[in-house]
Design a binder for this molecule. Structure first.
Ligand code: HEM
Ligand code: HEM
Length: 196
């Protein structure tokens, strides 16, 4: 890749932006929605949550396919480093670099190959995938009247709990991206540009 090549392919950038928009719709709709209870149906925010959530599932799936098939951008093994001893070593070394920088109240200089940010991005994508899969599973099982059964309810309990982690991920990830942008460490344009 030449130094003038984009860091992320247009397909990655399009799926990233669409998935981020879908997640924001999910989080906002969850603030006002009322799920169906007994004979009382869910409200319109709940309908938005259901349908936009299933769109998020399709987008998350296409994002994973892009990650596996693309030739430009982060390697799949950098997003999911947990199964490689070498990548785990690089990850712990990078955790050390970030801790030292945090103690000095600075950001480490931006490094395209840094292991920690990629591992966190991978966890974020796994988190969103879980939310979308568990919600869709609940939806399909509810159609068969099994939404409250013992093999569905625990996954939805976790869906509710992890909703808080999605808020934390979105706020933390976007805040860091903005901080990198204003400190001229990494432009937001690397992920939010529509140039091919
Ligand atoms: C919940 C919604 C979001 C999810 C699930 C998400 C997920 C991701 C993932 C998986 C990557 C790594 C992509 C790759 O390396 O191939 C990434 C990178 C990035 N994201 Fe997000 N993102 C979200 C929202 C945002 C928002 C709102 C912003 C900015 C305000 C943002 C800015 C960025 C930037 C600048 C990068 C590139 C980082 C780099 O190249 O080092 N993201 N995001
Ligand atoms: C990216 C995908 C999704 C995200 C980020 C997400 C996020 C959330 C959040 C933040 C909550 C509120 C948790 C709380 O305050 O207790 C929630 C609840 C819920 N979501 Fe999702 N959701 C997603 C996909 C879906 C899908 C696809 C469905 C169904 C088609 C769904 C159905 C529900 C239901 C039924 C609840 C209520 C759970 C309860 O009250 O026990 N979600 N979701």
């Amino acid at each position: 890749m030449s130094s003038s090549s984009p860091r992320h392919s247009l397909t990655t950038r399009l799926f990233h932006a669409s998935l981020a928009a879908a997640v924001i719709v999910q989080l906002l709709s969850s603030l006002w929605m009322h799920r169906p209870r007994g004979t009382t149906p869910g409200n319109n925010f709940f309908l938005v949550h259901e349908y936009a959530g299933m769109v998020a599932l399709a987008l998350a799936f296409l994002f994973w396919v892009t990650v596996l098939r693309r030739h430009v951008g982060t390697a799949p093994g950098a997003l999911i480093p947990w199964f490689s001893a070498e990548r785990r070593r690089a990850l712990w070394a990078d955790v050390g670099t970030h801790l030292r920088a945090a103690r000095a109240l600075t950001l480490p200089p931006h490094d395209d190959k840094a292991a920690l940010p990629s591992a966190i991005h991978g966890l974020g994508l796994l988190l969103i995938s879980y939310m979308a899969v568990s919600g869709t599973y609940w939806y399909l099982m509810s159609l068969a009247g099994l939404g409250r059964s013992a093999f569905v309810a625990p996954f939805m309990e976790l869906h509710g709990l992890l909703g808080n982690v999605v808020w934390a991920y979105l706020i933390g990830h976007a805040a860091l991206a903005l901080l990198h942008h204003v400190t001229r460490n990494l432009s937001l344009g690397v992920m939010w540009s529509l140039k091919s």
